[in-house]
Design a protein around this ligand. Structure first.
Ligand SMILES: C[S@@+](CC[C@H](N)C(=O)[O-])C[C@H]1O[C@@H](n2cnc3c(N)ncnc32)[C@H](O)[C@@H]1O
Length: 320
């Protein structure tokens, strides 16, 4: 039973919420209390500190404390509010998808930088609309990567896959939310299965008939990369509330890359770009997978915490 204090002012509710979350060792407890209060009040951040004396109706205050209790027991704030911002866009999130993480924005930066560099090399202006570019986001989850690229590259042809039907439903709703439903082809697929011409890929994309070579100029992915061995070390928010298929890449965590990278060779055009997110300890196991005659221009980008976070490479025109 949640006790609603007699003082239902914004200031008092926030203070109590913060105290309760701090007492339960919830990470980022102040931000969580703010977001939950804003959610029940249906307001934005500026309101929070400009109207500290405003009083919430009793049902709203009660709803707030219900959310505070759920947050204390480990439910992620984003599951309680149903949303998360990524690259300045708001995405619906549910327990069926990974909550978009800020470090994944580095993937977008690297992909756009690499595409711009290609334009410069081709003697064109670096700012590209994505014209003539076909890209795929493998394991799209909420759709945050594919939909952000759809905004940034308005002329690109974009595919986004996931093995999870439920995740694809969330991604499709996010596409509609951002008026991008006609820009991204969402495809249910285990890795590249849906793009294999011998398995009827032409149903997915008419370009994919048997006569065609590789389809993609850019292959981007934030794959599952946590090791099952490390499951016990994950915070409760992640371990109990985010989908297993989005988290675990195998016992060690890097196994998924071992399938993805060799297959990518067959789906990227010569000169095509591979851009992958890495787990905090993946680099040592994953970078050697690019030490084959198919890849060049391998680069690693650190995140803001100094962790190698993005691995990028170019598919050689002709294997060495
Ligand atoms: C780490 S999450 C990334 C989600 C989203 N792209 C993001 O960055 O927030 C990995 C995603 O890959 C999907 N996935 C797992 N195994 C897959 C497979 N074999 N083929 C395609 N997608 C897969 C999961 O369902 C999940 O949505």
């Amino acid at each position: 039973m949640n006790v609603v204090s007699t003082d239902r002012s914004v200031r008092a509710l926030l203070k109590q919420g913060i105290e309760q979350l701090r007492g339960a060792n919830v990470p980022s407890f102040t931000l969580a209390a703010e977001l939950l209060l804003l959610h029940v009040a249906g307001r934005d951040r500026t309101w929070l500190y400009s109207h500290p004396e405003e009083t919430l109706a009793e049902p709203a205050a009660e709803a707030y404390f219900v959310l505070i209790t759920r947050r204390r027991s480990g439910e992620p704030t984003q599951h309680l509010t149903g949303k998360q911002e990524f690259w300045g866009l708001e995405f619906e999130v549910t327990p069926d998808v990974l909550i978009p993480r800020p470090e994944t924005e580095h993937l977008i930066e690297v992909a756009l930088d690499r595409l711009a560099a290609r334009e410069i090399r081709a003697g064109r202006t670096p700012r590209t609309s994505g014209e003539g570019i076909t890209l795929v986001d493998i394991g799209t989850g909420s759709g945050c990567i594919a939909l952000t690229l759809a905004k940034e590259l308005p002329a690109a042809t974009i595919f986004a896959t996931d093995v999870s039907k439920a995740a694809l439903n969330v991604a499709r709703r996010n596409a509609s939310r951002h008026a991008l439903a006609d820009r991204v082809h969402f495809v249910e697929s285990n890795l590249f299965a849906a793009f294999r011409p011998d398995l009827g890929a032409v149903r997915v994309a008419p370009q994919l008939d048997k006569a065609c070579g590789p389809l993609f100029d850019l292959l981007i992915s934030n794959p599952p990369y946590v090791g099952r061995r490390e499951a016990g070390l994950l915070p409760v928010e992640v371990r109990q509330h985010e989908p297993e298929a989005a988290l675990f890449g195998g016992d060690e965590g890097y196994e998924f890359y071992g399938v993805l990278i060799p297959e990518a060779v067959h789906h990227l055009k010569p000169g095509g770009l591979l851009v992958l997110e890495l787990g905090y300890n993946s680099l040592r196991a994953v970078q050697p997978l690019l030490d084959t005659s198919h890849w060049c221009a391998v680069g690693v980008t650190n995140d803001l915490a100094g962790i190698p976070r993005v691995l990028a490479a170019e598919r050689l025109s002709r294997p060495r």
